[in-house]
Design a protein around this ligand. Structure first.
Ligand SMILES: Cc1cc2nc3c(=O)[nH]c(=O)nc-3n(C[C@H](O)[C@H](O)[C@H](O)COP(=O)(O)OP(=O)(O)OC[C@H]3O[C@@H](n4cnc5c(N)ncnc54)[C@H](O)[C@@H]3O)c2cc1C
Ligand code: FES
Length: 316
């Protein structure tokens, strides 16, 4: 069965997941481990990279006042009714259980509440939802490009490619504002960086990775796009054998789509629109796409038709 067919026949539902670990990576980033059992384990073991789950944060406690970042003090008491979408950084099948990991950035009342989760707590999750990345035939090289919090699904994609598509070599490019804005556990040392293994999360799969920071405080100085273009000046892969996968802010995705089109390279982008229902009912997550008739556009739903789209289909 192809990945696309697997996504269509996939079992989805609402499940309880148990927190197995909760690690603070830096001021605003956390890595959360969850364990699913029974039908939840069966549903999530087949999660395709780029798919997501809707997390119920409504009944989580608010953190103690001294741990709330200054800029979020005003929103910290806001009620959170809607579930919040998160993609996965890692999915591991363990006998009849499935362990999943997410990385989240504390941005508002929902993610603030998630800070209070502790080992043993349960979280209600709905998923796996949406359409994830696909792997076109004949690709020898997959260039994974992440900006900011676009990093988690590309870590998952690395795990997936190195397990199921060994003929496709992934290389990761990750951009952040500075070394204080990086959602990683730790960076590798100077020697590893010189060997092009900058980020441990990719090094774990023996996958090369490049880090770019806008202020040059770590890795390449410049945006992740500059870093990717710099790589292209030193490497000249056969376009038909390459696929680009990208996740990050929309202007970054638009530029990647343009570069891919110029180089005639297949490209898939994961769009992170604001979502409410997450299952195609409320129409709040529209993405403007090109229609088959040249010059015309149509609207698709990020939660149902995406979040991963062929870059050529998006009307950036
Ligand atoms: C498919 C999908 C996958 C995602 N995966 C991750 C992930 O792996 N890790 C992670 O940290 N976040 C991820 N997000 C974003 C995450 O859902 C939001 O950051 C979260 O819902 C914020 O909730 P909040 O209540 O804390 O803040 P809110 O008050 O809801 O938002 C705080 C601020 O963040 C902005 N924001 C909220 N959602 C988004 C969004 N989708 N895109 C851009 N800006 C947004 C808002 O405009 C606002 O300025 C994903 C979103 C989608 C749609
Ligand atoms: S979030 Fe409701 S339709 Fe997409």
């Amino acid at each position: 069965m192809t990945i696309m067919e697997e996504q269509i026949t996939q079992q989805k539902g609402r499940f309880e997941a148990k927190v197995t670990f909760h690690k603070k990576l830096n001021e605003r980033f956390y890595r959360l481990g969850l364990l699913l059992e029974g039908p939840g384990a069966s549903a999530f073991e087949k999660t395709i990279p780029g798919q997501f789950a809707q997390f119920d944060v409504s009944n989580m406690a608010t953190p103690s006042p001294e741990t709330i970042p200054q800029d979020l003090k005003d929103v910290s008491t806001r009620q959170v009714i809607l579930r919040r979408p998160f993609s996965f950084a890692r999915v591991i099948k363990e006998a009849n259980k499935t362990a999943v990991e997410i990385i989240y950035q504390v941005l508002g009342p929902g993610t603030l509440r998630m800070m209070t989760l502790a080992k043993g707590d349960t979280v209600s999750v709905i998923g796996p939802l949406g359409r994830g990345f696909t792997v076109p035939q004949g690709k020898k090289l997959a260039l994974l490009v992440a900006g900011g919090m676009g990093f988690p699904p590309l870590e998952h994609l690395t795990q997936f490619l190195t397990t199921h598509y060994r003929e496709t070599e992934p290389i990761a490019f990750v951009g952040a504002k500075s070394r204080f804005d990086m959602p990683f556990e730790k960076q590798l040392d100077e020697i590893s960086r010189e060997l092009e293994f900058s980020i441990a999360e990719f090094g774990r799969y023996v996958v090369r990775s490049f880090l770019a920071t806008d202020d040059g405080s770590a890795g390449f100085k410049g945006t992740v796009i500059d870093c990717l273009l710099d790589w292209f000046t030193r490497n000249n892969p056969e376009p038909a054998q390459v696929v680009i996968y990208a996740c990050g802010p929309q202007p970054m995705l638009a530029r990647i789509a343009q570069i891919a089109a110029e180089k005639q390279i297949d490209c898939q982008v994961s769009m992170e629109e604001m979502m409410a229902c997450g299952i195609g009912l409320c129409q709040s997550c529209v993405v403007k796409c090109r229609a088959q008739t040249p010059g015309q556009t149509i609207y698709k739903l990020c939660c149902k038709d995406g979040p991963v789209f062929d870059a050529k289909d998006i009307a950036f």
